[in-house]
Design a protein around this ligand. Sequence first.
Ligand SMILES: [Zn+2]
Length: 310
Amino acid sequence: MSHTIAVDIGGTHIRVALFEPDSVTPIAHQRTRSLGNEPGVYDRLERAIESVWPQDRVRAIGIASPGPLDPHTGTILATPNIPEWQNFPLTSRLFQHFNVPAYLDNDANMAGLAEWQFGAGRGHENIVYLTISTGIGGGVISQGCLLQGFRGMGAELGHMIIDPNGPLCGCGHRGHIESFSSGPSIARYVTEQLNTGQRSSLQGQPNIGAVQIADAARAGDALAISAFERAGYYLGIAVANYLAIFDPSILIFGGGVSQVGELLFKPFEESLRRHTFHPHYLDDLVITKAALGDDAGLLGALALARMKTV
Ligand SMILES: [Zn+2]
């Protein structure tokens, strides 16, 4: 019986964990700052993996990382937080050093995979997972398979075009769903409205973010409520498109913005119903929150490594 090592590479931290066969509770865990702007991220990653390496055999290393990346070759193409990793052959470097296979995919796909295997999506075979936080990421399970695509760039659900003349997205294009419904996009809308003279309890508050806007909305602030209505409306359009493509039995929402609950999901569900091309898509459709929280990336990396080495 052999162990699996899972790695979650985040913007500020790298997490590494060692798992026994069939267990999802790590027996060793290491958390180190990724310090992406300081050279030597790969060396720090190697040392973190060495620190949890067991006496027993390791079957594989699974890695969740921000993209864009190529899961088929195990190459990080570019990741904003780690400038030294440009076309970086991560899995082959790890294989050379540790002599076990390593597998890589992007963090949103891995969170979706984890929710399928261990979380809110258990028992489903057709899943659309969306994480809504500083950006919007997606993961899709289609007919019991993780959807990766020809180049490994499938399921980039946050960059679906909702309005080609819409706001600027973090990726540089216009009108992607991320540019309407991510946390910073909701905050940008509120700031723009304040600048045009809209009255709101948020006027004059420094550093307005989704959390403050949600608090103001719950206290009855009309601008804050309308900001979530707008985000939910556009999210409903995006998800109506996902239903037409993937026909899932469950929608799973992760990420901090999803925690605001009804403020976002009531207008979302109204918009989804209105924009879905056929009501049959909504029959028995489960809409739920993610179950795994911050562990989703790590557990997805675990699931990927096990899946690839069955
Ligand atoms: Zn985009």
